[in-house]
Each structure stands twice: as C-alpha cells, then as structure tokens.
Design a protein around this ligand. Structure first.
Ligand SMILES: *[C@@H]1O[C@H](CO)[C@@H](O)[C@H](O)[C@H]1NC(C)=O
Length: 296
C-alpha cells in the first residue's frame, strides 16, 4: 500500500494524462482504464483513509478478527492502535486523511502535503476537503506555529524515532522530515485555500511568513514544535522557499490563474463502475457492492 502523498500525486497525474488524451477510437479504452483507476483510487482513499471524531470513535469500538466481506473492520485494525495523542488532538469540527494504511496497521500522523494535494486534486470528497481546512484552522498553532508549514504532525519520539528513523540525527523530533516546518509548502496551502473559498486563511499564513523569511535569509526549513528556530542544517537562500512564498502571493493576486491549477469534483467519475476491477463479474455493479471490495 502506498502513502497518502503518493496516491494523491498518482491521482493528479492520471487526471492530467486524461486531459491530454484526445478521445478517439484508438484512445477510448485508455480513457476507460484511467477512469476506472481514478474511481477506484478515490473510493479507497475517501472510504478508508478518512478520520474525524466520529470515525475514530467507530474504530475505538471496532470488533476484531472479522474476516468476511461484510466485515466493518476490513483491515483488522485493533482499537489499541489509536494513538493517545490523536484522542486529545482530533477537533470536534474537521478531519483529515491518514498517512498510510496497511492490513492491521494505520499510520495516523497528519501529513500536510498529502492532505493539501487531496484537496487540490479532488481526491477527497468536497465535504472532506472542506473539513481538512477546518482541521488546519482548528489546529493552527500546531500546524503553523511561528512558521508555515509543519510537514507532518506529530513528530516521532523516543522508541518510535529509534526504530522508524534508525536513530537518524537529521530527523530528531520536530526537525527536518520529522515534524519540521517547510515554507515551500505555502503555495500548495494557498492553492487549497483558494479552491475552497478560504483565501483569508492563506493570507494569514503568508503574513506570518513574510515577517520572518526575508530576515532569516529564506531557509529551507525550521525546527522545534512551533517552528521557532531556523532548522539545524537548513541551507539559506533557498529557491523553493522564495518560490513557495512568491507563488502564494501571486496566486492570491490572480485567482483566475489559481483556478487553472486545481481540479473540481468529477461527478461522472462517481458513476464509473468500480466493480469493473473485480473478478467477480456477477456482483451487482454499484458503489454499495464496491464497498465490499478492498481496492488497490
Ligand atoms: C544570501 O543572499 C544574500 C543576498 O544576495 C547574501 O548577502 C548572502 O551572503 C547569501 N547567504 C548565503 C548563505 O549564501
């Protein structure tokens, strides 16, 4: 199974490629294959990666060791897997797509780019996309802190840091890829905000960045829980930090240009028969039937 960010990038790559194909007899089957894949991919993510307060409570009450196709707990997730931080952290309003999902294992960390790109590409449903921004707003101090934008939340610490990063000194808790803050993520955030009609959120992040980035000579990343320090090994004068900042500014000034860079919900895709992917040709073809399939 692939992480959320790879699925979101793959999803937008497929949507791009479909736009580039001219539809004729030769490409008809190709377009159909792309549509099937897009449909299956969005179904899988929307259904299984989404968490909010209601969903976490559902997992909390899961029964385990159910193995039929009607199982509610399809991936045999043990409720004990819900991390302690998440129970306290999840706001009443809002939700997000988790970082990764494998049988019996969910990576509940919030990965910013995957969630932002799910909004931009419409991998999430319109309601989910709105809820992701609501969560970012509700968790502003954790995700924005003194410098936008936290790459993931929370950081891996102690044993988890030792095992998962291999005691990597570059990825100590709240540094670099382990909960550091990356100004280049500003432009994807701005784009997501503009798509969802929330430009004021982007402006708030941009104003904060504008006060520090030039003074600090455009570092690539910031460290600490709230992004207070320039990153331990951050290089200065970084093109992608400046570009992320300038792109955000220009997108806010040119909403019509921003609209070229995101995708709206494709309602036709929702009609595509997800079951085309399954081998059981006799199954009724509907989203309800698709629910009993584990896709991708
Ligand atoms: C960054 O750019 C400024 C302005 O050109 C320059 O004065 C400074 O030396 C540069 N810093 C580094 C670390 O390259």
């Amino acid at each position: 199974m692939l992480s959320l960010i790879l699925q979101a990038l793959f999803y937008s790559a497929l949507r791009c490629s479909r736009e580039m194909l001219s539809v004729d007899d030769g490409s008809k089957n190709l377009v159909r294959a792309i549509n099937n894949r897009l449909s299956a991919l969005s179904f899988h993510i929307r259904e299984y990666y989404w968490v909010d307060m209601k969903k976490i409570n559902e997992i909390y009450r899961y029964k385990t060791e159910e193995y039929s196709t009607d199982a509610t707990n399809k991936f045999n997730i043990y409720p004990e897997q819900i991390p302690h931080w998440l129970v306290d952290w999840i706001p009443e309003k809002g939700g997000y797509l988790i970082g990764n999902l494998q049988p019996a294992h969910m990576d509940f960390r919030f990965f910013t780019l995957g969630n932002l790109w799910s909004i931009v590409s419409s991998l999430g449903t319109p309601k989910q996309n709105e809820a992701i921004l609501n969560l970012i707003e509700a968790k502003w101090d954790d995700l924005m802190g003194h410098m936008p934008l936290k790459i993931c939340y929370p950081a891996l610490e102690y044993e988890e840091w030792r095992i998962i990063t291999g005691s990597d000194p570059k990825n100590t808790p709240w540094s670099y890829h382990n909960g550091g803050s990356w100004p280049t993520l500003l432009w994807q955030f701005t784009l997501a905000c503009m798509k969802m009609g929330r430009p004021e959120l982007a402006r708030k992040a941009l104003d904060m960045a504008e006060k520090r980035l030039p003074v600090d000579s455009w570092p690539e990343y910031y460290d600490t829980r709230n992004g207070k320090f320039i990153g331990k090994q951050a290089r200065l004068n970084q093109t992608w930090s400046i570009a992320g900042f300038l792109t955000s500014k220009m997108l806010l000034e040119n909403p019509e240009m921003a609209s070229l860079l995101f995708w709206e919900e494709d309602y036709e895709l929702l009609e595509v028969c997800v079951c085309a992917l399954s081998n059981s040709g006799r199954k009724k073809c509907s989203r309800g039937a698709a629910k009993s399939q584990i896709l991708i």
